[in-house]
Design a protein around this ligand. Structure first.
Ligand code: G3H
Length: 482
């Protein structure tokens, strides 16, 4: 509610995935702490957001678009001053490399300016009058109410802001809860939020999700749930809402994006794209390639090239230049990945690159696993880590069937040169996923492209202009034309 509160209650320590050596083995470094807010704070945030949504003249939801844009621009200029502080916290909290942390910050700033441009265009189109059958109509695009915005740990800043900014700029008020890993990095931005927005428009809750989100959802006062994370967590949130039919959903969930490497593919290009696509930020991206279908005729060559490329990638601290593999933030993650490898090996697959799958502290050395087949956990589970499963195929129907039967439907990458073969495959797959990439890895950006998914992968569409639509409703003002 526009106050920066000094916390006197219980706090939660934050430990970095970066470890120090101790006699007992590697230990995570403590890098700070955050307040463990509870039920009363959740109610206070809801009260503030609800009061700020009061649609009186000149208030946030009824304010002119140009005025709201000015507030957001003011915030963006204050935010830019905090770049280095936020980038350093992204590196320390989630182990993202400096260059990726910088990209995350800069991309977020560009997203804000692109959103402003898109809103100006949307507003120009929306505010026209139309006359139909004696009725003069004006369609106004307006806010939905109070939005709960929750981003994931792998893009704690960017993917929180890809919902927070469109929600705000469309006139909604917001309660925001940062992810468990990636909470400290919001500290340098709190003063900017407070300065740039009227009281109650943005309310930040810090604490354990299980202590806060049931209160928020059970209150029935959340009108839009914008959540990016696992389906399990999304379902828990949904179950708590007393009237889910009143809730607008914007959900970015899990994916198991496959690549299909056809016999005539440029293998050097395919390996380069598949390696980056599988292992950027240690594979902790919903868009990461998580299952590589490689035609049997080129599988050995693909594996040899991939293994060679893997032996050249750097492992190290997030701030070291040239590294790709960095420590993993989630507790229990390395053990989970080891379980997946044990399951694959019990069913006839093996780690085929030297040193792959070994663990050092919170590092997991990337594993290339071959031949992966249906029935193995790696075939269906979203590993969200540096494990690259390769599935050999002889008939194109095999990867097609896998995509059709998957619980997920986000993206696919196809590598091949023959457009006569590619065209029917593309035609088929566009109805199974929400983006087909040709000779390139899967990815969300550029952010003006629609970003969504089918089945359990998403609800609603994010992108600059789609997000504006997602956080608003078109209302018709209709007058009889006398
Ligand atoms: O984790 C999911 C993100 O939406 C991935 O975004 O493809 O830009 O890395 P990205």
């Amino acid at each position: 509610n526009g106050e920066l509160r000094h916390w006197q209650g219980a706090v939660q320590d934050v430990f970095s995935p970066v470890c120090v050596r101790t006699p007992g083995g590697p230990e995570r470094v403590r890098i700070g702490s955050f307040p463990l807010m509870g039920e009363a704070d959740a109610h206070a945030a809801l009260d503030a957001a609800t009061a700020a949504y009061d649609c009186g003249r000149g208030r946030w939801p009824t304010m002119g678009v140009a005025d709201r844009i000015r507030h957001v621009q003011h915030f963006a200029s204050l935010m830019k001053e905090q770049r280095e502080a936020v980038v350093r916290l992204i590196m320390w909290e989630i182990g993202k490399t400096r260059s990726d942390a910088e990209k995350e910050f800069d991309r977020t700033v560009v997203y804000i300016t692109d959103t402003i441009d898109a809103l100006k265009e949307l507003d120009r189109v929306s505010s026209r009058f139309v006359i139909e059958q004696g009725i003069i109509g004006q369609i106004r695009r307006g806010p939905l109410g109070v939005a709960l915005c929750m981003g994931p740990y792998n893009y704690p800043l960017n993917e929180t802001f890809t919902t927070l900014i469109p929600a705000l700029i469309m006139g909604n008020t917001v309660v925001m809860k940062p992810p468990r890993h990636g909470v400290l990095l919001f500290a340098p931005l709190l003063a900017a939020l407070r300065e740039a927005f009227p009281p109650g428009v943005v309310n930040v809750l810090l604490g354990a999700g299980r202590a806060l989100t049931p209160t928020l959802m059970r209150s029935g006062r959340i009108d839009v749930l914008a959540f990016i994370g696992t389906s399990k967590a999304a379902n828990t949130l949904l179950k708590d809402h007393p009237r889910p039919n009143r809730l607008r959903l914007v959900l970015g969930l899990e994916a198991k994006n496959p690549a299909i490497v056809l016999p005539d593919a440029d293998l050097n290009l395919a390996v380069e794209e598949c390696l980056a696509g599988s292992l950027a930020f240690n594979g902790q991206r919903c868009t990461a390639l998580k299952l590589l279908f490689v035609h049997e005729s080129v599988a050995q060559q693909f594996i040899a090239l991939f293994s060679r490329a893997l032996s050249a990638i750097g492992t190290g601290m997030p701030w070291q230049a040239g590294v790709m593999i960095t420590p993993l933030p989630e507790e229990g993650k390395t053990a989970y990945l080891e379980e997946l490898l044990a399951d694959a090996s019990a069913r006839g697959a093996a780690v085929v690159n030297e040193g792959g799958g070994t663990v050092t502290g919170t590092y997991f050395h990337p594993a290339l696993v071959y031949p992966v087949a249906p029935g193995m956990r790696l075939y269906t589970e979203e590993q969200f880590g540096p494990v690259v499963p390769i599935v050999p195929f002889t008939d194109i129907e095999e990867p097609i069937r896998a995509i059709r039967e998957s619980d997920y439907g986000q993206q696919v990458s196809i590598f091949g040169r023959n457009s006569a073969l590619l065209a029917p495959l593309i035609d088929h797959l566009v109805n199974q996923v929400s983006r087909v990439n040709i000779n390139s890895q899967c990815q969300r950006g550029p952010d003006v492209f629609p970003f969504t998914g089918r089945k359990d992968s998403a609800v609603g569409t994010l992108s600059v202009s789609d997000a504006l639509r997602a956080f608003s409703l078109r209302t018709l003002v209709a007058a009889r034309n006398h």
